[in-house]
Write a protein that binds this ligand. Structure first.
Ligand code: HXC
Ligand code: NAP
Length: 285
């Protein structure tokens, strides 16, 4: 649960985090500031961003620029890049973290509800990626993208279908550009987190009684949810020059959750030792 990288690993580096005013974006941003980065946080709600910026600057002594931006609006992303360059000179990395999500049986969704999530998750990530990538290529600057997906980006998942479609697209974006833009010295990687408690995710994915009914920790072999610093360590590594040879990778950080729930016989963890004794006797040992 402690910071992992060397102090000043991000000295003179500027990182933009979409959705950086709350939850995991805020936690990853805080750690990057502790490592010496200049931080730019963006999302739709300027008042939330301003509050987070002053809190983080007070806690870390680092520099934070808060710029309101809806990732579904290309010109607003271009403006974030312009404001970042005005304030810090250049952009070194982009963390595509903004997302929208809620649970619902798919047949209950309107087409607008589907659009709204896919637009934030997928269009938001490719707009941000396109704007930042074109800028780096034009200026012949290196850069790094880190995209936050989920483990259901590859398994799919009922009840969060728009999010699953959007995240699958972001994973394809990550892998495609890792290859295509490597020639410009632009890397692309992704992280697939399992459950990490945040107000944003818990209020939408475990609303009301669901939080009491379904304890996410019980689905996880390590029997606990993630700690924000564990994710921040991984994100900082993948955004840093220490991972200079890592490109096109998606790193899962979920305590073993998705493999356990895909494993044909994982449910046998419910079989008590006494029953294993009986089964062993039955096969004549
Ligand atoms: C069904 C819903 C809905 C719900 C909204 N809609 N909430 N439909 N179930 N719970 C429908 C509305 O009826 C409307 O369709 C359309 O979606 C747009 O709704 P608005 O409220 O106008 O949209 P907006 O205010 O822009 O809100 C966007 C949002 C919201 C995506 C709906 O949740 C949001 O702002 N989220 C941002 C943060 C977030 O979601 N964080 C969690 C990420 S967690 P109609 O047809 O009526 O107009 C995550 C973790 C994954 O991704 C993995 C965990 C392990
Ligand atoms: P969160 O706090 O709700 O973060 C989502 C952020 O996205 C918010 O700051 C929100 O800010 C921003 N956002 C939403 N729509 C936007 C838009 N149109 N334009 C710009 N910003 C927008 O939830 P979180 O749990 O920290 O999630 C962060 C990331 O981790 C997401 O990509 C999520 O899918 C992923 N993830 C989370 C978990 C988990 O267990 N928490 C697990 C797997 C993956 P505004 O409302 O101000 O715009």
């Amino acid at each position: 649960m402690e910071g992992m990288l060397k102090p000043n690993s991000f000295k003179d580096k500027t990182i933009i985090i979409t959705g950086g005013g709350t939850g995991l974006g805020k936690s990853m941003g805080k750690y990057l500031l502790e490592l010496g980065a200049n931080l730019v946080i963006t999302s739709r709600k300027k008042e939330v961003l301003d509050k987070t910026a002053s809190e983080l600057m007070q806690q870390t002594g680092g520099k934070v620029l808060a710029v309101a931006c809806d990732v579904r609006k290309y010109e607003e992303i271009e403006n974030v890049i312009k404001e970042t360059e005005n304030r810090f000179g250049k952009v070194d990395g982009v963390l595509n973290n903004a997302a929208g999500n809620f649970i619902s049986p798919t047949e209950r969704l309107s087409h607008r509800a589907f659009d709204i999530v896919v637009d934030i998750v997928l269009k938001g990530a490719y707009y941000t990626t396109l704007a930042a990538g074109k800028n780096w290529i034009q200026k012949k600057q290196p850069g790094v993208f880190l995209n936050i997906v989920t483990t259901y980006a590859w398994t799919g998942s009922g009840y969060v279908v728009p999010s699953a479609c959007g995240k699958a697209g972001v994973l394809a974006l990550t892998r495609s550009l890792a290859v295509e833009w490597a020639k410009y010295n632009i890397r692309s990687n992704a992280i697939a987190p399992g459950p990490f408690p945040t107000e944003g995710a818990w209020s939408r994915l475990l609303p009301g009684e669901l939080v009491k009914k379904f304890d996410p920790a019980q689905r996880i072999p390590l029997k606990r949810v993630g700690d924000h610093q564990e994710l921040a360590n991984l994100a900082a590594y993948l955004l840093s020059d220490y991972s200079a040879y890592v490109n096109g990778e998606v790193v899962t950080i979920d305590g073993g959750e998705w493999l356990r729930n895909g494993g044909e016989f994982s449910h046998l963890e419910m079989v008590p030792n006494e029953m294993w004794d009986v089964l062993e006797k039955m096969r004549g040992k």
